[in-house]
Ligand binder design. Structure first.
Ligand code: ARG
Length: 447
């Protein structure tokens, strides 16, 4: 089998190569997502967008890949459109009087029918061809009145009391998509108006979902300075929230963080303004939105035999550029115990090795590498610090490194230029005079 894109430099071949590469990169996620429960929430605004059908296509694709999907929709604009009098809000919550509740019921019914109809499309020239999606909806959400807030009775505005997780799971196991609306029923037969974010969050928690995904109608997944926020822990999210301007990011982020604290593996915020954003977020390593997890998805640790492939993918480009000396896969397998790796959300993005020479009280640091896309962010420094710690623990007092092209980086970090004579005897014997690497030495304080 030839490599796609090698034969000619035409756009077509390049497109094909990109397509194949993208598809292969998505494979691990396709495996990982099958049979997992995702709760996907979007506001009533999403449905008013012309490209809403694209989101439906992506939902169809997730369903086809065996993801257990719970959809939660909103109805805010649809309710507002129906209201004849001004809505009253207390602390951001609408007061739902009996009249408003009728409009809510009306809007929910109509929106639900629209979503069900879109998911029923089976036209041959759409991604929905052959789909046959079944949608289940019903009284899965039990609600209670929100009560009196700041002296105002919120009336039919409610809170989630219980999610019928077992009943929902039965539908999901039968291959159906479950559609939840922002309303709930009380044991006395009353109907309450809920927020979609609360329904989605509570459903994700009750189902111990793998993912809770919020689609943002307004604004990007950026911090107060407009920079994209790719990954956050729940604690970092709380800090970021303090300066965030009003918008969907500010609205959904606390719910995302709360869900993670309550056992949802990952929560994602995705801007609706980017076409295909859901697929890019879910099927690529860095996504396009913001991912929230309870704990950091990055860790620095000792390497194991399973990391050999990941280490190779990091060092191969540097070997090709002549920055690192080429090592064989066999050698790497033998020496992997000397390596530390930086693992970011399941992928090895950096590595470093420490070869101790205890008789000389010295250690060689080698193979320090960080994959190009992840170079900014202090990862090199963190790897260096890990090696220094490990060396100290072994009682070593000197760390040395051989390099041809990156001496300045080490000098900035406390290494001094030495000579091959500074190397421990066994290492001197192996010194490659042709390569003429610079020898850099650092004294380890506190060893
Ligand atoms: N596709 C992966 C997942 O869904 C990673 C997503 C990373 N997203 C991000 N915003 N960093 O778990």
């Amino acid at each position: 089998m030839g490599k796609v894109g090698e034969t000619s430099g035409t756009t077509q071949a390049r497109d094909a190569a990109a397509f194949v590469e993208w598809f292969r990169a998505a494979a691990p996620y396709i495996h990982a997502f099958r049979g997992k429960t995702f709760v996907l929430a979007f506001g009533g605004d999403a449905m008013l967008r012309e490209d809403f059908v694209d989101l439906v296509y992506d939902i169809n694709l997730l369903n086809a890949l065996g993801v257990h999907l719970v959809l939660v929709h909103g109805v805010r604009p649809q309710v507002e459109e129906r209201l004849t009098s001004e809505a009253h809000y207390v602390r951001g919550r609408r007061v739902t009087d009996a009249d408003t509740l009728e409009h809510v019921k009306d809007a929910v019914g109509s929106v639900r029918v629209d979503i069900e109809s879109l998911l029923s499309v089976g036209l041959p020239n759409t991604p929905m061809a052959g789909a046959e999606i079944r949608v289940a909806s019903g009284n899965y959400v039990t609600a209670q009145p929100a009560g009196v807030v700041d002296g105002v009775d919120l009336l039919f505005t409610g809170e989630v009391r219980k999610i019928a997780a077992a009943a929902i799971r039965a539908r999901l196991d039968a291959g159906e998509i479950v559609l939840l609306s922002p309303i709930g029923y009380s044991p006395t037969g009353e109907v309450f108006n809920l927020t979609l974010e609360e329904v989605a969050t509570q459903a994700a928690i009750a189902l111990a979902a793998e993912k809770l995904v919020f689609i943002l109608d307004h604004g990007e997944t950026t911090d107060a300075k407009g920079r994209r926020v790719s990954r956050l822990t729940a604690a970092q999210a709380a800090r970021l929230l303090r300066d965030l301007p009003d918008g969907d990011m500010k609205l959904y982020l606390p719910h995302a963080a709360h869900a993670c604290k309550k056992g949802v593996a990952k929560a994602h915020l995705i801007s609706a303004d980017v076409d295909g954003a859901v697929l890019m977020e879910l099927f690529s390593h860095d996504g396009v939105g913001t991912m929230v997890t309870r704990q950091s998805v990055e860790s620095l640790r000792q390497a194991t035999i399973d990391d050999v492939g990941g280490i190779l993918s990091v060092i191969e480009p540097l070997e090709a550029d002549g920055i690192l000396v080429r090592r064989s896969r066999e050698r790497l397998e033998q020496e992997v115990g000397q390596f530390f790796v930086d693992e970011l959300d399941g992928r090895i993005v950096g590595c470093v090795a420490l070869y101790p020479f205890p008789e000389a009280g010295a250690g060689e640091m080698a193979c320090l590498a960080v994959a190009r896309e992840y170079q900014r962010g202090g990862r090199g420094d963190a790897l260096l610090a890990a090696v220094e710690d490990a060396a100290r623990e072994l009682g070593l007092t000197r760390l040395f490194v051989l390099t041809t092209r990156t001496a300045h980086w080490f000098i900035e970090r406390g290494f001094a230029l030495g000579t091959p004579e500074d190397l421990p005897a066994p290492r001197q014997a192996m010194y490659n005079w042709q390569r003429r690497s610079k020898v850099l030495v650092k004294r380890l304080e506190g060893a």
